[in-house]
Each structure stands twice: as C-alpha cells, then as structure tokens.
Design a protein around this ligand. Structure first.
Ligand SMILES: O=C(O)CCC(=O)C(=O)O
Length: 269
C-alpha cells in the first residue's frame, strides 16, 4: 500500500479555517482516500481486537461503558498504526485550523461503538485536559461510511465559549444538563452522516455527542488529539485532569511546555 498521501499537504480554504474559528468544529471531505481508510480499518481493528479486554455485557455497563470500546495510544503498540497517527497531513490540518505554528500529539484513541451501543452523552473534552489554552483539537476519523444509524459525531455549533456544563464528566447528567442549556440558548445541533474519507476536527471546548448505534455494524473510529506545540501544563482542576497528567504527559511540569516522549511534535510550519 502506498501511504504517501499521509504526509501530503491538505489544502484548507480560508472559509474552512474561519468556520472552525466560529463554530468550534469543521467537517472536511476527502481528507484521505477510501483505500487508505480501508487499509487502516483493518490494521486498527486488528489491534483493537488484540487489546480489548472489555467483555462486560451491555446490561452491566453504565452509559459511558455502553457508548464505545475505547483503546488508547495505539501508536505505541503497532508500527503501522503509528504511521497513521503520525500523519503530517492530519497534523497540518489541526495546526492550521488552530492557527498555531505546530502541534504535538496529546494522545490517540480508537472509539468503537458496537452494534447496539448506546449514546455518547453531551460533553466537552477539555473538561478532562490539564491544558493552559484552548489550542487543543481532536481529529475524528471514521473508518467506514458512517450513516446516521451508526451514531456519527454531532456538534453544538458555536458552543465552544459556553461555560455551563464544562464541569461535567461524560454521564447521564452531562447529557441532560448540557442538552437543556444548549436548547435554551438556541445553539444549532449538527447531525450529519460521514462519508468514507471525511474527517471532523473539533475544539476541546465545543460541546458534542453521538447517537446510539442502531445498525448491525460496529462504528469504527480513530481519533487523534493534538495540542499546540507550545502548550503548557496547568494545575489540574479535577480528578480527570490529574489522571490525564499522569497518563498522557507524565513528568510534564506545571507552567512548562508539555514535551514528554509521549508528546512528539507531529507538524511544524
Ligand atoms: O465517538 C464518539 O462517540 C465520541 C467521540 C468524542 O467525544 C470525541 O472524540 O471527543
């Protein structure tokens, strides 16, 4: 398989960069060709199947547990997956959308919503991240066409400056409280399928969720989280942030640039 495309520049338009700035997310078509996505579907699925230890039946899982199987930092487990996660093309898009001079890896995660899997409740990712600025972004990369019945990612457009709900971990409560607040304040909810090769990028503070997977196929998604290459660590404000510090950037120092071996620079302008 020729993987050159992983490192070839993606031409973003000014409109797309402006859209991200205003709405807190953007969906981009044709970021990667279907054959590349299919190839990495196989590679990533193999790794997820090897590493997954969650065999708890749905009825014994909480809402978070029903949302997806979640496996982290697969780049450290497999040489091929590392090529995908270290794609300059994806990192360049992240960097340009955030208008920074380069990005580091925060971590990657595979999010496989099983057939019959439940909703992903409303939340903002940065609730969990001990990061000193909002220059953090997730690439959400479906590994197949993702129609509405598989539970594609949904966004509350323009909600990245809303404070209410930021304090909530992913739960039934976050789903109820954030949903109500976004509705009262009239934020548009964007619910659209994803074509194969389409990728969304969302900011750490924009509220998002996903519907249940009512299809009979697994909704396979790979995500890569990038931070500004000059991002500094802030004093953790909750248990999740403390845990993230220990897990995704151990030995980083509060007030200093996060530059541990787990956070390589993936793109510089
Ligand atoms: O894939 C999902 O269902 C949720 C993904 C998500 O919340 C994220 O990538 O930040």
């Amino acid at each position: 398989m020729n993987l050159d495309i992983l490192d070839i520049e993606y031409k973003l338009t000014n409109e797309q960069i402006q859209f991200y700035k205003e709405q807190g997310f953007v969906k981009l078509k044709n970021v990667l060709p279907p054959d590349i996505i299919r190839y990495f579907n196989t590679e990533i699925s193999r790794k997820v199947n090897q590493l997954n230890t969650n065999e708890v039946p749905f009825e014994h899982r909480n809402t978070y547990g029903k949302a997806f199987l979640q496996l982290f930092n697969l780049w450290r487990e497999d040489r091929n997956v590392k090529l995908f996660v270290f794609s300059k093309r994806l990192a360049q898009i992240a960097s340009e959308l955030m208008q920074v001079n380069g990005v580091r890896l925060y971590h990657d995660q595979a999010l496989f919503k099983e057939a019959g899997g439940g909703i992903t409740p409303w939340h903002a990712d940065q609730h969990y991240w001990p990061l000193s600025s909002d220059k953090a972004i997730t690439a959400w990369i479906p590994l197949q066409n993702t129609p509405l019945d598989m539970g594609p990612l949904e966004f509350s457009a323009g909600s990245q400056n809303v404070i209410t709900g930021r304090e909530l971990s992913i739960s039934d409560k976050s789903e109820a409280v954030i949903k109500k607040n976004l509705k009262v304040n009239n934020f548009p909810q964007v619910i659209e399928p994803f074509d194969i090769g389409e990728v969304s990028f969302h900011s750490g503070w924009v509220f998002h969720r996903a519907g249940a997977n009512t299809s009979d196929q697994i909704r396979k998604v790979m995500t890569i989280i990038y931070i500004d290459k000059n991002m500094t660590l802030k004093e953790p404000e909750n248990k999740g942030q403390l845990n993230d510090w220990k897990t995704w950037c151990p030995n980083a120092k509060i007030g200093e640039v996060i530059h541990t071996p787990l956070n390589p620079i993936l793109y510089t302008k």
